[in-house]
Ligand binder design. Structure first.
Ligand code: CIZ
Length: 322
């Protein structure tokens, strides 16, 4: 069984900033920019970002940002969300091609047709979707606030949940709802195999398995805790033991290590692969971050009517999440 063991951070030698990291920080000051980075980007970027977090935290940071330029290390739907909340700001992304399987699997025209069959249903969309899908939604949610948001909707209200069928089925299980699920999935989180994870748990007795709700049900059923990346931080901090197995994009371990420096994290990996990577998040390299701050390109530009339509469900999410 493959796994990568990350020793306690307090035992790791501190690394001085590299030349490229120093140049990024210098340029950031010159451009009066702020760097927002998702939990899933590489450690070299996490270490120099002004804020590292999940989509919800990043949306809040973007909304409150006073900087003129936002450099967003993440994937396109996240940077688009930041632009929608800050239409007057310059929003740059290291690689405009960094997308998301979930986004690709939910085409706005297909959603429009699907919605016709359920005219009275509320559409709740996971933030991992395009601006055009957001514009057709009533409320956006993240994996961190999805349960809380769905619980605020009256029981008798029909809900279409898109695009992640696995996150949607987890919400149905946890809330007793029967939401209508779109048939999308995250490529990275569907690589795990339940039997491999069970074997990994046997190899690390006493270590709980923490997995992301984008994992399929049979994988989730092997875990002691199913939660979003932000909740992984609090679970791992509060867990009394010193070893924890994590099943999500492997770069998450860097933040866990920094915030909980006295524990060992074991990154579960999918069979035949060295580790659990998101190919889109990996397009964010320090070189491309430097280049996008230099050229202020690629920029996120969206149609203003579409941004207005997409802003309402995002704002609703921010109002509904405590
Ligand atoms: O909401 C996010 O940022 C994602 C993609 C995962 C998570 O659980 O934080």
């Amino acid at each position: 069984m493959q796994a990568i063991v990350f020793p306690p951070y307090k035992n790791c030698a501190p690394r001085p900033l590299s030349e490229i990291q120093k140049r990024i920080l210098e340029l950031k000051r010159k451009r009066k920019a702020v760097i927002l980075a998702h939990n899933y980007v590489c450690e070299d970027i996490q270490l120099i970002a002004d804020y590292v977090g999940d989509s919800l935290g990043l949306s809040r940071e973007a909304k409150n940002a006073s900087a003129e330029v936002i450099a967003f290390a993440g994937v396109d739907f996240m940077a688009e969300t930041a632009k929608i909340l800050n239409p007057e700001k310059t929003l740059v992304l290291p690689d405009r091609g960094a997308g998301c399987t979930l986004e690709e699997l939910c085409h706005p025209s297909e959603l429009a047709v699907f919605k016709r069959d359920y005219p009275d249903a509320l559409v709740i969309s996971y933030i991992n979707c395009s601006a055009a899908v957001k514009a057709q939604s009533d409320i956006i949610c993240t994996s961190g606030n999805a349960l809380d948001i769905v619980r605020q909707i009256p029981q008798d209200k029909r809900i279409i949940f898109c695009p992640d069928k696995h996150l949607g089925s987890w919400i149905n299980e946890q809330t007793g709802r029967n939401m209508i699920l779109w048939n999308g999935y995250c490529w990275a989180h569907t690589q795990y195999k339940a039997d491999e994870l069970l074997r990994l748990k046997e190899a690390f007795p006493g270590a709980p398995l923490v997995c992301h709700p984008e994992c399929p049900r049979e994988v989730r059923s092997t875990a002691e805790c199913v939660c979003s990346t932000e909740k992984m931080i609090s679970f791992c901090r509060d867990f009394p033991g010193d070893k924890i197995i994590i099943a999500t994009v492997v770069e998450m371990i860097h933040r866990l290590q920094r915030e909980i420096p006295d524990k060992t994290f074991i990154a579960a990996t999918a069979s035949g692969r060295l580790s659990q990577h998101c190919k889109n998040m990996r397009m964010n390299t320090p070189e491309k971050l430097l280049a996008c701050l230099e050229k202020l390109e690629p920029r996120i530009e969206l149609d203003s009517a579409q941004m207005d339509a997409a802003r309402a469900p995002i704002e609703r999410m921010l109002e509904m999440s405590r």
